[in-house]
Ligand binder design. Structure first.
Ligand code: ADP
Length: 347
């Protein structure tokens, strides 16, 4: 069976084709700058054309969908009602869900008779207990408006959990882990007996760790101060916190490779702030988990930067825990999920 995985971002589309159940990667391609003048590719539908897929050989399609909200907590076949729910979640993921919807619609038009499935970035965190996902805000904001912690990067944390269990030679439902997905976006997850019990991203992917351009945890009053005292609009605050903060905000650069080449104080400060935040999350998750089998490093930074890994582990409490480096593979996890749905079996 051949399963195509489509990951449509706001301006990019990634495609991978897997043979299942062997998990062999048969083909991969990425189209960038969708909708930008110089790319010549105006829409996700055009990007799919540019992939040059052999549609006849595809048996099923798995789509990455960022937000499943409270209603879609498991991977599922996409029907009209699922589409409506994904659309209804646009206010919670205004950049991501519309791009995901475009990818699904374009693929459905091309292949109306092939099963298409949605795999949600939020789904792995559906096991968070109430005390982890309810914010200390007026409760009705959760009850009425579903303002709560959702968590993201779930597909990656789920994949890392299974791979770590294999490396530790333990059943998945017996592993306790702190998984760190450290890319341009970054999140930490506390995994107890194979399930997510806490995670650093929250209502949106802005919360938690210091990221390439996102600030992570800050005092929420700063956003109000920026509007009230500095006269910034809501949109300007949004841009400042999501695109102009994090490593970039501190030292003007969000690419860790470039930061590591620099020797100035600001670059060092950016690294120190990022590392300290990761350590704070590890510390708090150690307390929640009580015993930790391993800390798992992944994502571009976690996989490739020995320096960051060393800095994070350089602590008399943390250094006693085993650390693992695992290359994440969200697309393969999506293909696994699709296969599981179609065959009703785990592989
Ligand atoms: P995304 O979240 O966009 O998928 P990635 O997981 O690709 O991001 O991670 C991007 C980050 O990983 C960047 O900060 C980049 O500098 C960093 N990175 C990639 N390769 C290396 C490397 N060899 N050494 C240090 N950092 C690296």
């Amino acid at each position: 069976m051949k399963i195509a995985v489509i990951n449509s971002g706001s301006s990019s589309l990634k495609f991978k084709l897997f043979a299942m159940p062997s998990k062999k990667l048969l083909q991969e391609k990425e189209i960038q700058k969708i909708g930008e003048d110089d790319s010549g590719i105006a829409s996700h539908a055009e990007a799919l054309d540019a992939l040059d897929m052999d549609l006849a050989e595809i048996d099923a399609v798995g789509h990455r969908v960022v937000h499943g909200g409270e209603k879609l907590q498991k991977s599922c076949l996409i029907d009209t009602s699922v589409m409506k729910t994904i659309e209804s979640l646009i206010p919670l993921a205004p950049l991501h869900n519309p791009a995901n919807i475009e990818g699904i619609q374009a693929m459905k038009e091309k292949m109306p008779d092939i099963p298409q499935m949605a795999v949600f970035d939020t789904a792995f965190h559906a096991t968070l207990p109430e005390e982890a996902f309810v914010y200390a805000l007026p409760y009705k904001l959760y009850a009425k408006h579903e303002i709560r912690r959702y968590g993201f990067h779930g597909t990656s944390h789920s994949y890392l959990t299974k791979e770590a269990a294999k490396l530790l030679d333990k059943p998945v439902d017996e592993v306790n882990l702190i998984t760190l997905h450290l890319g341009n976006g970054a999140s930490a997850c506390a995994v107890k007996n194979g399930k997510s019990i806490d995670t650093s991203m929250g209502f949106t992917p802005l919360e938690g760790l210091v990221m390439g351009t996102r600030c992570g945890d800050i005092d929420p009053d700063i956003a109000l101060f920026l509007q009230r005292e500095l006269g910034l609009s809501t949109k300007e605050v949004d841009t400042l916190l999501n695109k102009e903060s994090g490593l970039k905000g501190i030292c003007g650069e969000n690419d860790l490779r470039e930061i590591l080449l620099r020797e100035d104080e600001r670059a060092n400060l950016a690294l120190k702030i990022m590392v300290r935040r990761i350590q704070k999350y590890i510390g708090s998750y150690m307390v929640l988990l009580e015993n930790v089998d391993a800390i798992v490093f992944s994502g571009g930074i976690g996989e490739h930067s020995a320096y960051v890994r060393e800095q994070v582990m350089q602590n008399s409490v943390i250094e006693n825990i085993k650390s693992l480096v695992i290359e994440t593979n969200e697309e393969l996890e999506i293909a696994n999920e699709c296969y599981r749905i179609l065959k009703n079996e785990d592989i």
